[in-house]
Design a protein around this ligand. Structure first.
Ligand code: G6P
Ligand code: MG
Length: 216
């Protein structure tokens, strides 16, 4: 029998393609401000908190705190505008089936996302009944790559990190999982998530049994 008793899913880019909306929000802000930014630069922002993301875009430019706050709020307004259209149809391929399988197998399931918009997105996707706990941008102070958010989620599930597998699309998320002593699954290219124990292109077509076998 597998030692894995629970799953902790990142949200943006794992269960739903809201990573694209975060990117569009930052791109719009960067264009308005004349900061160089593109999809390639955005890769480094995956899984990173709102403030840390902006600081990466600013690339050493020093701005007054009020301006930083204003820019974070503006990007969030754009993001909130984009996610209004999120619906259950926006679940990424394979994600809903896997959540159902996890429920059926009586394994625990949490969401661990740095986003302060996590609950809104979960509600719009209609998956709240499939998760036992949500740890989000309000739960801890130290963002990924610190393990704090996943430790918070594991605590809510009542499981030790070694019995939970973290599913992530971000380098910072895999780093956080490893730092916390979690099992790890990376979704996406090796260059981004190659340090995870197991890497898949996406959740599409993935069965729970295969994941548990691959993790050993
Ligand atoms: C997730 C996303 C990041 C985003 C962060 C904060 O980790 O992957 O792209 O910057 O959450 O999201 P928020 O909705 O609070 O700005
Ligand atoms: Mg993500």
């Amino acid at each position: 029998m597998s030692s894995i008793k629970g799953f902790i899913f990142d949200l943006d880019g794992v269960l739903v393609d809201t990573a694209e909306y975060h990117y569009r929000g930052w791109q719009r802000l960067a264009d308005e401000e004349g900061f160089p930014f593109d999809r390639k630069a955005n890769e480094a922002l995956r899984g990173i908190s709102r403030r840390e993301s902006l600081l990466l875009i600013l690339n050493g430019r020093i701005l007054p705190e009020e301006k930083i706050q204003e820019m974070m709020e503006r990007k969030n307004r754009y993001y909130v505008e984009y996610i209004q259209q999120v619906s259950p149809d926006d679940m990424l391929p394979g994600a809903l089936d896997l959540l159902h399988e996890i429920r059926q197998a009586c394994l625990k399931c949490a969401i661990g996302s740095a986003s302060k918009n996590t609950c809104t997105v979960v509600e719009k996707l209609g998956i709240a009944h499939l998760v036992d706990a949500i740890s989000d941008g309000y739960s801890v102070t130290n963002p990924k790559p610190a393990p704090d958010l996943f430790l918070h989620a594991a605590g809510q599930l009542g499981l030790p990190p070694g019995e939970c597998v973290v599913v992530e699309d971000a380098a910072a998320g895999i780093e956080a999982a490893i730092a916390g002593g979690f099992r790890s699954i990376g979704l996406g290219p090796i260059e981004r998530v190659g340090t995870a124990e197991v890497v898949y292109p996406s959740l599409d077509g993935l069965l729970l049994a295969k994941i548990l076998t691959d993790l050993g």
